[in-house]
Ligand binder design. Structure first.
Ligand code: NAI
Length: 314
C-alpha cells in the first residue's frame, strides 16, 4: 500500500516525474524560443512549473518575427507532460509586455516567476557604431527588461505573496568586451536596475537576482573559439539549474545577487573596493600631486584589468 502511494505521488501514467521543485508555480520566460530561454523553460516545466514561453521569433539581430520558435518549445514541454502556452510579443513594446503577464494569469491564474531573458546583438567597434545599432540594443535589453519586470512586479504585488525575478545581464556589462559598447551599456543598466529594485522588492517579498551567463547559442556561436567543443562544454542547459532554483521556495533568502554561470561553474559576483588614497575626512583635500604619489605607491597591487578580446570585426 505504502509503495503504491509513493508510486502514485511520483509518477503519472507516462512515467514522467510529478514532484518538482517548482510544482504549482507559474513562470514567464521571455525570449524562450531558443538558446538559454528555451533550456530555462524546459527545466522549469520539468520541475513542475506552468510556463509562458515568450518569443518574438526574429533573427539574431532582432529583425523579423514568427510564431514557430515559441510554438516548438511549447510542443516540447507538452510532449514531456508539462504545461505551457506560447506568447509572441515584443518585450520592448509595453502593451506586449503587459499581455505576456496577462497570458500567465489568464491561462494559469497567477505569475510567480519572471525570467527576463530576451536579447539581440548588434556588435560594432565604437568608431563604427551608429545610433540605430545603439538604440535597438538598449531598447530590447534595457527597456524590454524594464517593461516586462514592471508588468510582472505589479502583478506579484497585487497577488500579495511575493515572487521571483531573474534579469539577464552579461560579463560584457559587468566586466567589458570589445565591440559591445551598446550591449555592455544595456547589460550594465540591467544589473544596476536589479541592484536598486531588489531593495524595493524586499517589502513585498519579491526577489530580484541577476544572471550573467556564458553559453553556446546562436548569439555566441561565432564568438567562442572554434574547434574546442564549446557547443557541448558550454551548452545552455548547464546555466538553467541555478536560474530555475532561484524561482523555487528554497531560494527565498537569495535576492540582490549577481551570478555568473558558465558551463557547470556557478560564481557569485560581488564588488570589492580597494584603497588607493584614504585619510580622515576632517582633513583638507589631497593635492593632485599627492594623489599621483599614492597611485604610484600601490599601482602594481591593483587587480589585473580585463584583457580585451580579439574580435574579427571592425
Ligand atoms: P538567443 O538568440 O538564442 O536567444 C534570445 C531569444 O530572444 C531569441 O529566441 C529571440 O528570438 C528572442 N528575442 C529577441 N528579441 C526579442 C524581443 N524583442 N521580444 C521577445 N523575444 C525576443 O540568445 P541566448 O544566448 O540564449 O541569449 C539569452 C540571453 O542571455 C540574452 O539576453 C543574452 O544577451 C544573454 N547572454 C547570453 C550569453 C551567452 O553566452 N549566450 C552571454 C551573456 C548574456
Amino acid at each position: 500500500m505504502l509503495y503504491s502511494c509513493i508510486f502514485f505521488i511520483f509518477f503519472k501514467k507516462s512515467g514522467e516525474i510529478l514532484m518538482g521543485m517548482l510544482d504549482g508555480k507559474v513562470a514567464l520566460v521571455t525570449g524562450a524560443g531558443g538558446g538559454l530561454g528555451e533550456t530555462h523553460a524546459l527545466l522549469l516545466a520539468k520541475e513542475g512549473a506552468s510556463v509562458v514561453v515568450n518569443d518574438l521569433g526574429g533573427a539574431r539581430d532582432g529583425t523579423g518575427g514568427s510564431a514557430s520558435m515559441a510554438d516548438l518549445v511549447v510542443e516540447k514541454i507538452k510532449a514531456m507532460g508539462g504545461q505551457a502556452v506560447a506568447d509572441y510579443g515584443n518585450v520592448a513594446n509595453e502593451e506586449d509586455a503587459n499581455n505576456m503577464v496577462k497570458c500567465a494569469v489568464d491561462n494559469f491564474g497567477k505569475l510567480d516567476f519572471l525570467i527576463a531573458n530576451a536579447g539581440i546583438l548588434r556588435d560594432k567597434s565604437f568608431k563604427n557604431m551608429d545610433n540605430a545599432m545603439w538604440d535597438v540594443v538598449i531598447d530590447v535589453h534595457l527597456r524590454g527588461t524594464y517593461l516586462t519586470v514592471k508588468a510582472a512586479y505589479h502583478q506579484m504585488m497585487e497577488q500579495g505573496h511575493g515572487g521571483s525575478i531573474v534579469v539577464t545581464s552579461s560579463t560584457s556589462g559587468l566586466l567589458g568586451n570589445f565591440g559591445q559598447t551598446n550591449y555592455g551599456a544595456a547589460k550594465a543598466g540591467i544589473a544596476g536596475f536589479a541592484r536598486c529594485l531588489f531593495q524595493e522588492g524586499l517589502k513585498y517579498n519579491i526577489r530580484v537576482n541577476t544572471l550573467a551567463p556564458a553559453a553556446w547559442s546562436r548569439l555566441t556561436s561565432d564568438i567562442f573559439p572554434e574547434g574546442q567543443n564549446m557547443e557541448e562544454l558550454l551548452s545552455p542547459d548547464k546555466v538553467s539549474p541555478l536560474v530555475v532554483w532561484l524561482g523555487s521556495d528554497d531560494a527565498k533568502e537569495v535576492t540582490g545577487r549577481q551570478f555568473m554561470v558558465a558551463g557547470n561553474s556557478v560564481q557569485l559576483i560581488s564588488w570589492q573596493a580597494h584603497d588607493v588614497a584614504v585619510k580622515d575626512n576632517t582633513d583638507g583635500p589631497w593635492t593632485v600631486a599627492e594623489i599621483g604619489e599614492k597611485v604610484a605607491e600601490n599601482f602594481e597591487k591593483w587587480p589585473r584589468g580585463i584583457q580585451p578580446t580579439k574580435r574579427a570585426f571592425e
